[in-house]
Design a protein around this ligand. Structure first.
Ligand SMILES: [Cu+2]
Length: 258
């Protein structure tokens, strides 16, 4: 009888999938959460890896035992049915205690990290208001005002996304809100997403240690031009560089209130 099913196609599909999966290992991409450039993103990555590696070890361990059992103890001609067993107290106690201990062990550093990430920004942090609009971000620096006392304000357009300038090494207190619908502020290399909700201020702190430019985007579908609701975080090497930018913005009048 001719076989209509060939093992070649599933193998080919598997190889293709593994190849595609391997492409995701590239870490030099601009919005990669696995290439953190700030304290918050780095701690979030630690949290993820702390949960992932034990899970990978358990998956591999269980799968190896499963596959070996399937092969070694499969039904063979002439082989007797093995002795049938029901219940094994030491084994059952072990597989109840082991996950319990593992979870408790993971909970201690994880809960501590979650609290650290969720804390309020420090008093000396630089406050910046982030306001989501359909479909552009607005940034206000309440500590820097123009001649009329209006805060330095940066707002872009969907074609020309705004830049959020900050100094390296200093804690930044972001106060995130929205003027219309729900948006989500996300700069993957600096920290996780936080929703921008009308009528509510969500707070988040970030510290960026490496000067550079970090792209981000709205991460909550907010209407037709959602995909264009981008931003760039520009991190200045020193506080003096940053203040130079602030003065330039205020004197050119491009920054003052809308
Ligand atoms: Cu959006």
């Amino acid at each position: 009888m001719k076989r209509s099913f060939s093992i070649r196609w599933p193998l080919f599909g598997l190889a293709l999938l593994v190849g595609l999966l391997a492409v995701a290992c590239e870490t030099s991409t601009p919005q990669n959460t696995f290439a953190p450039a700030g304290d918050v993103a780095d701690k979030q990555r630690q949290l993820f890896l702390m949960a992932m590696w034990p899970a990978v070890a358990i998956l591999v361990g269980v799968e190896v035992v499963l596959v070996l059992s399937l092969i070694l103890f499969r039904r063979r001609r002439g082989r007797q049915l093995p002795k049938q067993v029901h219940g094994n107290t030491p084994l059952e106690v072990a597989w109840t205690l082991a996950p319990l201990l593992l979870l408790l062990g993971l909970a201690v550093p994880m809960v501590a990290l979650i609290f650290e990430l969720g804390r309020n920004p420090k008093a000396e942090a630089l406050p910046i208001r982030v306001i989501g609009h359909q479909w552009v971000w607005e940034f206000q620096y309440p500590t820097f005002a123009d001649g009329q006392g209006r805060p330095l304000t940066i707002i872009g357009t969907p074609e020309n996304p705004p830049e959020l300038h900050i100094p390296a090494g200093r804690e930044i207190a972001l106060e995130i809100t929205s003027a219309d619908v729900i948006h989500s502020f996300w700069v993957p290399r600096l920290g996780g997403k936080l929703d921008a909700i009308p009528g509510r201020v969500n707070r988040m702190w970030i510290v960026v240690n490496e000067p550079g430019v970090y792209p981000g985007q709205c991460a909550e579908f907010c209407g037709l031009l959602h995909a264009d609701m981008r931003l760039k975080v520009v991190v200045h090497e020193t506080e003096a560089d940053f203040e130079g930018w602030v003065r330039e913005m205020l004197s050119s009048g491009s920054g003052g209130g809308r």
